[in-house]
Design a protein around this ligand. Structure first.
Ligand code: PAF
Length: 526
């Protein structure tokens, strides 16, 4: 392992991003490395296939800098544990290739007063720890932005333990347009559940025993929820009482939305991921911890106009994440096929409605194999892809009776979660409490080009591009202006414009969004 002390040495070691042979993963720390840091380093060392399928062993760089900007006047900057020799040995044994340990003068040559500062949005800094630690997150954001600018890593790894820090730094990276993936990693815990933290070494033996009451109280929230108690204010009050009874001073115990960090008024009916965050004092040591509460396995909703490549990427994304792929488009196609088979006009809702009672629709496979679509036991997987079905599916899917029937069926299929669905109203109507909503789109010209290619590959006649563009624009208009279930981006959806992106790059973007929304800690232990 190489020890880098200056910004010049660091820049030379990192090299310009475009000339690097292997991905560069970065773990920022303030030293006093403990097993929590080691678990971040071990995530950083993991190989992952790049968008072009190459599997390369990443280089891992750890920074060690006790950042004065993030300490309040009485927050122990001077007494913070510093042992460079021990940290070097620990990092080297863990497989780190370089440790960057600059002096204050090196990182902030003009001194604190001359520093360009990064100020994250007040909405994210004003809750939880931000209330009692003014200036803290600004200090964190400023130093991490400086480090990222120097290093330009491919991936920044942060612990989910410091949840608010993670959310804020994600936002800083996004708002400053820094091309770096931010990966949150599961909290490392002592055998009795206490979350790993450099501060734990300040605890006396008696305080250390007392501190275990924090994870224990959070565990009992989980147990009570599993027993059917609702998550709400009485549950939070009981948690406070448990902590106080154990002799801990509660600074806050708040139920918030994990992305916006804003209080959850009614916990959205216990239907979506929520964060129960706690800060306590144990003697003079401040400890934080949290619970991420996921009422069911995650649901991902991918909406967008026809021809944006939703089904291809959704299928691959589902496979990669081990989620069930609920192809709602195929379900509407199957109904259309059924309507055509009965010789009924696609526009005639009154004639279509009775046909639905005789229709038993199911999706099979979709895991590793291909998804099969069955209508009354009959395999229609290929038949529903016929251009005649494509031409009428929009009209059939516009009828309230069809929409309601299939929405009910899709909601029943999604009760336990663990799925990704794509369509046009998944995030707005079918799964309004989806954990991740993506509006996947591409320009009309791009979609026409893709449609032409697809028709050609499947041996169909290819109309002129202009005609395809007109058809697509008309279909968009029809889909977004229909009275029932119009195509519309959900307010909380992320818009992903896929022009110029290959399928692999789109999948990678989805995986990244998913990891951000559905943190590792929210998953049951394997
Ligand atoms: O989490 C920490 O240790 C620090 O806040 C960080 C991210 C290294 C910035 O100083």
């Amino acid at each position: 392992m190489i020890l880098l002390r200056t910004c010049d040495e660091l820049r030379r070691w990192c090299g310009p991003p475009q000339r690097r042979q292997r991905p560069l993963n970065f773990v920022p720390t303030m030293g006093a490395l403990h097993p929590g840091h080691l678990s971040l380093i071990s995530s950083a060392l993991q190989t992952r296939p790049s968008p072009n399928g190459e599997v390369l062993r990443p280089r891992v760089l750890v920074s060690l800098f006790v950042n004065p900007l993030q300490f309040g006047p009485r927050e122990g900057f001077v007494s913070y544990p510093r042992d460079l020799g021990a940290d070097c040995r620990t990092a080297e044994n863990a497989g780190v290739e370089a440790l960057f340990a600059p002096s204050e003068q090196e990182l902030f040559p003009g001194g604190e007063s001359e520093l360009t500062r990064v100020i994250p949005p007040p909405s994210l800094m004003g809750s939880l720890c931000g209330r009692s630690r003014p200036g803290h997150f600004e200090g964190v954001a400023t130093v991490v932005a400086r480090l990222l600018a120097l290093i330009r890593p491919d991936c920044l790894l942060l612990g989910e333990k410091d949840w608010q820090q993670l959310v804020i730094l994600r936002r800083v990276v996004a708002d400053l347009g820094l091309a770096v993936e931010v990966r949150g990693c599961r909290t490392w815990r002592e055998p009795d559940g206490l979350a790993g933290s450099s501060r734990n070494r300040y605890l006396s033996a008696q305080e250390r025993r007392q501190a275990a009451a924090l994870p224990a109280a959070l565990r009992s929230v989980r147990v009570r929820l599993a027993a059917g108690e609702p998550l709400g204010e009485p549950m939070v009050q009981k948690l406070r009482l448990d902590l106080e009874t154990a002799g801990l001073i509660v600074e806050y115990a708040d139920l918030v939305d994990p992305a916006s960090l804003q209080p959850l008024p009614t916990l959205a009916g216990g239907q979506r991921l929520s964060l129960l965050a706690v800060a306590v004092r144990c003697g003079s040591t401040r400890l934080i911890d949290h619970l991420l509460l996921m009422p069911r396995l995650p649901i991902v909703a991918i909406d967008g106009p026809a021809g944006a490549g939703k089904s291809t990427v959704t299928r691959a994304f589902a496979k990669q994440m081990g989620l069930i792929y609920l192809d709602t488009g195929a379900m509407y196609r199957a109904v259309t096929w059924w309507v055509q088979r009965h010789g009924v006009d696609a526009a005639d809702a009154a004639a279509i409605e009775p046909l639905l009672t005789g229709l038993e629709l199911s999706l099979e496979g979709g895991g590793d194999g291909d998804l099969r679509v069955l209508v009354n036991g009959h395999d229609v997987t290929v038949a529903i892809r016929d251009p005649s079905v494509t031409a009428q599916v929009s009209a059939v899917a516009a009828h309230a009776c069809v929409r309601e029937g299939l929405t009910r069926q899709q909601q029943a299929m999604g009760e336990k979660g663990g799925l990704v669905a794509e369509g046009r109203d998944i995030g707005t109507a079918v799964f309004p409490h989806a954990d991740l909503k993506v509006f996947l789109t591409a320009t009309v010209a791009e979609r026409a080009r893709r449609r032409a290619l697809d028709l050609e590959q499947r041996g169909f006649a290819v109309p002129p591009l202009m005609d395809l563009e007109t058809q697509i624009a008309e279909r968009d208009h029809l889909d977004s202006s229909r009275t029932i279930a119009p195509l519309r981006q959900a307010e909380d959806a992320v818009k992903l414009i896929t022009d110029g992106m290959g399928v692999e790059a789109v999948i990678e973007a989805l995986v990244e969004l998913f990891r951000e929304r559905v943190p590792e800690d929210a998953w049951p232990e394997s």
